[in-house]
Design a protein around this ligand. Structure first.
Ligand code: WT7
Length: 655
């Protein structure tokens, strides 16, 4: 199966399909002069300084850039405010009454439109409430909500008063929420009585109550009344307050945006790494804003009359940079959708596009593969001719999915931008510029102007075109994360120590003869399940926290829609007999510990795990078994008999 899939991709690559941007597109593109690449790389600091002119600053910078790996500063000495740039500055222009957010709720009849003036009012009321409830500049605020306008409003209010936010994806468990709150010491939590997902209410408030049993730093909780009758929600005495009451209390108070240092923390966002504990990447103010503003404008070729829709969740970095900060600082009209793509029917996305005449769509390969599996009859029922640009992000896109996207969604004409980046990078770094770059299905093409990427071997030497290796970045960029919150050593170890002077992405990639980048995927113990980053160690720790489990090893297996799925091999503590029921319980246990996205697709009970003589679990061999491949080298295995046994158990379980 794996072999045929590889073969198919090779065949597609062999066809060497290329799509040059239509002349009509190039003629109107925000960037149409290819000299931008040369200009930017000849002096990256001059380039970013020029880009920074598009942002409003209270005070200009002394230096565009200073620092040395792993500590960097952009626009030092400058003062600005991200919320001011995303909201206030539009009010003195015609954009005052332009739609900033068109929100489509999951239940069919719910829809709200907020103009920039509306956003200004709501953000100020929220900022006033936060201040009244004791939040001060520098305090951390956790946000645990679904995709509702209040989430964007809260983020902007935090940015306004200089209180860094940490958004926790609404699909995460109480444990995951608690760990994140404690890691950053958040003082306030803003949540909701629920979020709609596929017709069901995700019990956010109940989860938050559970989490907060172990969060001593939280003083106040603001609760948005979104799903149920407010009288049915249990509010905790002095701790919990209603969003609508607090907003009323704020009246029309205006909170002056703080004049913040360019390096003032804007947000902390947790992501999975190679250890069991997620890391909080810290993003700061000035450079981040310049980076996301610039990439939104030029990668999506964003124009004032566009309706732009990034279909990601704000719980991930894509939503931070390309639903909230990038589009709003550009004064764009963005669509925000609350729910699932198949609720109440599989044409929901296309209905939203038709209804809002969306011009730019940004989504993930896993979604595209699901749409493919559902069939073209769903998009065919809708008028998608408004689309003029489409993007993809989150994982490598297989050429087949790319072609399907182009043909059935893009009407065989709409350019596609495959954008490679990470939580750590803050902004897109490898991507086509849609008016300039000829695309190849499956390739993220070239680094953005001013970005110097490379592919290196074990010793850090450049691999010539045609070869593959580790993807690294050799120049700083303004939206880069500055550190891991509370763990600068890990920041250095993880990203800056492997290849001195270079940022190590954790990805492998290949460059073809024309220099096009093809991202292959993670080289560390991080899985990419449906575009979500999950560390194998996190899942393993969740499993061994179950009393029946002695040991666990987790690997990624290929999955037609999710890209990768989780397979777990577990041994039980002696005396416990495993059965189907226990397998179910263990899968459920992981979902409860981390969140439903981490539930193992497959879970096997084995008597032992394959280990080296020094006791290291050999995941590579488990992967071979799960993928039905010929065993790779087994000579370092302590007890070769173990493998046969696991293989038998694996086959018995019907795989
Ligand atoms: C990892 C980062 C960037 C926002 C969403 C994910 C993979 C991301 C692509 C792409 C191939 C991609 C990489 C990267 N990835 N975009 N266009 N092509 N792979 O952010 O959760 O921090 O994950 O996602 O493996 O390292 P993230």
């Amino acid at each position: 199966m794996e072999e045929t899939k590889k073969g198919r991709i090779e065949a597609l690559l062999h066809e060497d399909r290329r799509f040059a941007p239509a002349e009509s597109f190039t003629a109107n593109a925000n960037w149409k002069d290819p000299s931008i690449y040369e200009k930017a790389s000849s002096d990256i600091f001059a380039f970013w300084e020029e880009m920074a002119q598009q942002i409003d600053w209270f005070k200009p910078w002394d230096k565009v850039f200073e620092g040395e790996s792993p500590n960097f500063k952009w626009f030092s000495g400058a003062k600005t405010n991200v919320c001011y740039n995303c909201v206030d500055r539009h009010l003195t222009t015609w954009r005052k009454n332009k739609a900033a957010i068109i929100w489509e709720g999951e239940p069919r009849h719910s829809r709200r439109v907020l103009t920039y003036q509306d956003l200004y009012r709501e953000v100020n009321r929220c900022a006033a409430a936060m201040k009244r409830l004791g939040v001060q500049k520098g305090d951390r605020v956790a946000l645990y909500m679904g995709m509702i306008p209040e989430l964007a409003i809260s983020m902007l209010a935090c940015a306004r008063i200089g209180a860094p936010h940490t958004v926790v994806f609404g699909g995460f468990s109480p444990d995951a929420l608690r760990d994140r709150i404690n890691d950053c010491g958040a003082k306030m939590l803003i949540t909701a009585d629920g979020a709609w997902r596929r017709g069901n209410r995700v019990p956010l408030k109940e989860n938050a109550d559970e989490a907060l049993k172990g969060c001593p730093t939280i003083d106040k909780v603001i609760v948005v009344n979104h799903c149920v009758d407010a009288r049915d929600v249990e509010m905790e005495g002095y701790r919990d307050v209603w969003w609508h009451r607090e907003m009323d209390r704020s009246g029309n108070t205006v909170v002056k945006p703080e004049e913040l240092d360019a390096e003032h923390p804007l947000y902390i966002l947790y992501t999975s790494g190679t250890t069991g504990k997620p890391k909080g990447l810290l993003h700061t103010t000035g450079g981040y804003l310049v980076g996301v503003h610039t990439t939104t404008k030029y990668v999506f070729d964003l124009k004032d009359n566009d309706t732009y829709w990034c279909a990601a969740d704000i719980g991930w970095v894509t939503g931070h940079s390309y639903i909230v900060y990038g589009p709003l600082s550009n004064g764009a009209t963005g669509v925000m959708y609350e729910g699932a793509p198949n609720h109440p029917h599989r044409g929901r996305f296309w209905q939203i596009i038709e209804r809002n005449q969306v011009n730019i769509l940004y989504t993930a390969p896993t979604a595209i593969r699901a749409f493919m599996a559902w069939g073209k009859e769903f998009p065919e029922q809708y008028d998608l001719s408004s689309l003029r640009l489409m993007g993809t992000v989150g994982e490598p896109i297989n050429p087949e999915a790319w072609m399907w996207y182009r043909e059935f969604i893009g009407g065989n004409k709409t350019p596609i931008v495959d954008t490679w980046w990470q939580t750590e990078t803050g902004m897109t770094l490898i991507t086509p510029l849609p008016g300039l770059v000829e695309t190849k299905p499956g390739s993220a093409t070239f680094p953005f102007p001013g970005i110097e990427a490379d592919i290196v071997d074990e010793s850090g030497e450049t691999v010539p075109f045609g070869g593959g290796g580790y993807l690294v970045l050799k120049n700083p960029w303004p939206a880069m994360a500055r550190t891991i919150w509370g763990d600068p050593e890990r920041w250095y170890d993880q990203y800056w120590s492997r290849f001195p002077g270079m940022y190590f992405t954790g990805d492998s990639a290949k460059r073809d003869e024309d220099g096009y980048y093809w991202i292959l995927g993670r080289v560390d113990d991080v899985l990419n399940v449906a575009g979500h980053r999950i560390g194998t160690m996190e899942v393993e720790s969740a499993l061994v926290s179950h009393p029946a489990v002695a040991e666990a090893a987790v690997i990624g297996i290929s999955h037609a829609i999710k890209g990768q799925a989780i397979a777990a091999f577990t041994t039980l503590v002696s005396g416990i007999e495993g059965d189907k029921k226990l397998i179910e319980q263990l899968r459920q246990h992981v979902a409860e510990k981390i969140g439903p996205i981490a539930r193992p697709e497959k879970l096997f009970l084995t008597h032992e795990l394959p280990k080296t003589r020094s006791g290291k679990i050999m995941r590579r061999l488990l992967r071979d078994i799960a993928e039905g491949q010929i065993m790779s080298d087994t000579t370092t295995l302590a007890d070769p008999g173990v493998l046969e046994q696991i293989k038998e158990q694996y086959e018995e379980s019907g795989n």
